[in-house]
Design a protein around this ligand. Structure first.
Ligand code: GLU
Length: 280
């Protein structure tokens, strides 16, 4: 680890250990690494292991082994430490809780008791491009005492009609309209786990990430996250989204595509160099 030198570009790889990483992850991460190297910057590995039900310790070790095998090299991470440790999200809950408290105190959140099914039933036209359904606002008027004995999540209230604009380093100018392209979103889940949007913003800011490189499926999440940066008084990083790698029938690659997992490619004797030259 090179701690003596202060690097102004800071990028990150932020995988979730819910399965083996696949070639699509590797391609996006490779772009992240190349961009950090081109600027003589630092690359940080952050283990996004908040989802207790889906994350498994064996996937954490597999993730690090497979990334190293493929040719990745990070300067800070769960294995080597670094100035912004810990790098496992499950060990950073207090930071997320602090951000939750601030958003709550500022009146930007409301407790929501809706299940995914409730939302599905209330939503007329779910958006195909994004995993999160547009929340119809059922619980916007909730007052805490009424729900004190029920499980609830905390939702961030968006200003319907507000346009969130940013310039993506790869795709250029982007615009998303709150209430239309995405709705009020969960920042703290009903099972008492911080949601991805909040944890990601808190960590990218705390770890002084200057550019976030990730898949194009997260463009809409970037708009949500820009609202959180603003609400928390934090400066957003630059963003660079990468096209997703499709499978042989055009679907987006997912962890279910075992044939293209780095683990399978590695055990079947494939060489990372040839995968990079053929697939990237
Ligand atoms: N853990 C998230 C994922 O694997 C990270 C997304 C991001 O890079 O912000 O999708």
């Amino acid at each position: 680890m090179n701690s003596a030198k202060r690097r102004s570009y800071r990028g990150r790889l932020a995988p979730s250990p819910t399965g083996y990483l696949h070639l699509g992850h590797a391609r996006t991460f490779w772009t992240a690494q190349e961009r950090a190297r081109a600027r003589d910057g630092a690359l940080i590995l952050r283990n996004e292991d908040l989802d207790r039900a889906r994350c498994r310790p064996e996937f954490v070790s597999a993730m690090m082994e497979d990334l190293r095998w493929f040719g990745f090299d990070w300067q800070e991470g769960p294995d080597g430490g670094g100035p912004f440790a810990p790098y496992n999200q499950s060990e950073r809950i207090q930071l997320y809780r602090g951000a939750l408290d601030k958003l709550c105190a500022d009146g930007l959140l409301y407790p929501c008791t809706c299940s995914r099914k409730d939302i599905q039933q209330a939503v007329v036209a779910p958006h195909a491009d994004d995993d999160e359904l547009i929340y119809p606002g059922t619980c916007r008027q909730n007052r805490k005492p009424e729900i004190a004995h029920r499980k609830f999540s905390w939702r961030f209230r968006v200003s319907d009609g507000e346009t969130i604009s940013f310039t993506d380093g790869n795709f250029g100018p982007q615009q998303f309209v709150a209430g239309k392209d995405f709705g009020d979103f969960v920042v703290w889940r009903h099972d008492d786990v911080p949601a991805y949007q909040l944890a990601c913003v808190v960590d990218d800011a705390a770890m002084q990430i200057t550019e976030v490189v990730r898949g194009a499926d997260l463009l809409v999440s970037t708009a949500r996250q820009i609202l959180l940066y603003r609400a928390l008084g934090l400066k957003p990083p630059e963003f660079f989204h990468c096209p997703l790698m499709p499978d042989e029938i055009g679907r987006r690659l997912a962890k279910r595509h075992d044939a293209l997992s780095l683990r399978t490619l590695r055990t079947s004797g494939k060489a990372p160099e040839s995968l990079r030259s053929k697939c990237f």
